[in-house]
Design a protein around this ligand. Structure first.
Ligand code: SF4
Length: 406
């Protein structure tokens, strides 16, 4: 659908954009100039891609003084939505053409989302459990890459993130850790909070979120209409805005996250992508979220049969807790993801469209190895019953409620 042009609205929008950019320049001038080295944490999502391309333009156009060194860290979780991963690749090429080095940061093999779930058997995260994924596939690898980079540099480093909160939240002076605010990116708030306090970085790393005050409509405007212009750097960012619905994106306000994120109530970004005829061949990706839901069901998991004694002799607070995924369910999950990948890639080859890379050969081999080695997460040895086995109910206070029917 084409966008209706309202010259007054367009004019106001432009004015607001100019003001937002001006505030960004001021924050970079205030904090950036006292740091010789800058690092940009980039996820390929809308907020951090806007931050990255805007900063490059501000430096190129002389509006902001270039630091002595600039390193871009691309957080490749291996879970990115394919159109975003493809756009990130194009932007990486454009950065390399400008002589900017991009370091691709990925979690170690055994810690990657698919390997951890399907190989080790840890259930997919949900809103009631500790959310292990953000730290494990985003924060920890970024921390390790930064520590390594800091060891090579003298002086302090300014870590620039795409945290964005909109104006009302800024007045609260809070950085939200959650990824649901105003469609913000999962992980960015954590970079802002966790990294400067981590042991290897303490004292040498400051963080700055120069787009903190940007509203989501400014992000779309920049990615879709400004950054692709030659005068602003000729960036391949329109694909990112399109991935969230292009001109309709202002209404959609999609949350950026992994493909099939088990914590999001809906696959909003993926659903929007699938409305675009050139991406409809990615429809089998819809099966991923469904698979994560199934793998959390009792018949696919083990359960502690009774009291669980901890190392200090006390008992765990939640007797009969549900635990890891059975080998059969892990193999079923692996086959399902591989089939989704095959179905998409067969269609991609037929249509001359980009292929997807959900589980690569190295990851598949590792998943099969871990299953063959009968690997269980810590605290589980595999002889526990499956979680759908009827058993007397043991309550937290120690009382037992026997089974009514056997
Ligand atoms: S987007 Fe979802 S699955 Fe990905 S790291 Fe964040 S919470 Fe975890």
């Amino acid at each position: 659908m084409s966008r209706q042009i309202d010259i007054f609205a367009e004019g106001a929008q432009r004015l607001q954009m100019t003001e937002s950019i001006e505030l960004t320049i001021q924050s970079l001038q205030a904090y950036g100039e006292s740091h010789d080295h800058w690092a940009i944490a980039w996820s390929g999502g809308k907020d951090s891609s806007s931050t990255l391309t805007l900063i490059m333009w501000l430096i190129d156009s002389g509006k902001v003084k270039a630091p002595k060194s600039l390193t871009v860290f691309y957080a490749d979780t291996r879970q990115e939505l394919p159109p975003l991963a493809i756009a990130a690749k194009q932007i990486m090429d454009e950065l390399e053409e400008r002589g900017i080095h991009v370091e691709v940061v990925t979690a170690p093999l055994d810690k990657r989302f698919m390997v951890y779930i399907l190989g080790r058997g840890v259930p997919p995260p949900n809103n009631n459990t500790l959310r292990w994924c953000t730290r494990q596939i985003k924060i920890d690898p970024m921390q390790a890459a930064l520590e390594q980079r800091l060891a090579e540099l003298d002086g302090n480093v300014l870590m620039i993130t795409g945290v964005r909160q909109g104006e009302s939240a800024i007045r609260d002076k809070r950085i939200e850790m959650s990824c649901g605010k105003d469609g913000a990116e999962c992980g960015q708030g954590w970079y802002q909070k966790v990294l400067p306090e981590s042991k290897g970085l303490k004292g040498r790393l400051a963080t700055l979120a120069p787009l903190l005050h940007w509203r989501v409509c400014h992000v779309w405007e920049w990615l879709k209409h400004w950054a692709p212009l030659v005068e602003f750097g000729d960036w391949s960012t329109a694909t990112i805005a399109d991935a969230y619905g292009g001109d309709e994106a202002e209404e959609v306000n999609a949350r950026t996250g992994c493909t099939g994120c088990p914590l999001a109530s809906k696959d909003t970004a993926l659903d929007t992508i699938l409305l675009n005829p050139s991406w409809t061949y990615l429809a089998p990706l819809k099966g991923i979220k469904q698979l994560w839901r199934e793998l959390r069901e009792p018949h696919n998991r083990l359960r502690k049969a009774g009291y669980e004694y901890l190392k200090d002799g006390s008992t765990a607070a939640n007797p009969q807790r549900m635990g890891p995924i059975t080998f059969e369910a892990r193999l079923m999950g692996l086959e399902r993801i591989l089939n989704i990948q095959k179905e998409i890639n067969d269609a991609a080859d037929r249509l001359g469209r980009p292929r997807v890379d959900l589980i690569n050969a190295e990851e598949e081999t590792r998943i099969r190895e871990l299953i063959a080695a009968e690997t269980w997460p810590q605290g589980w040895d595999g002889d526990e019953p499956t979680a759908d086995t009827p058993m007397d109910q043991i309550n937290a206070d120690g009382s037992v409620q026997p089974l009514l029917f056997v």
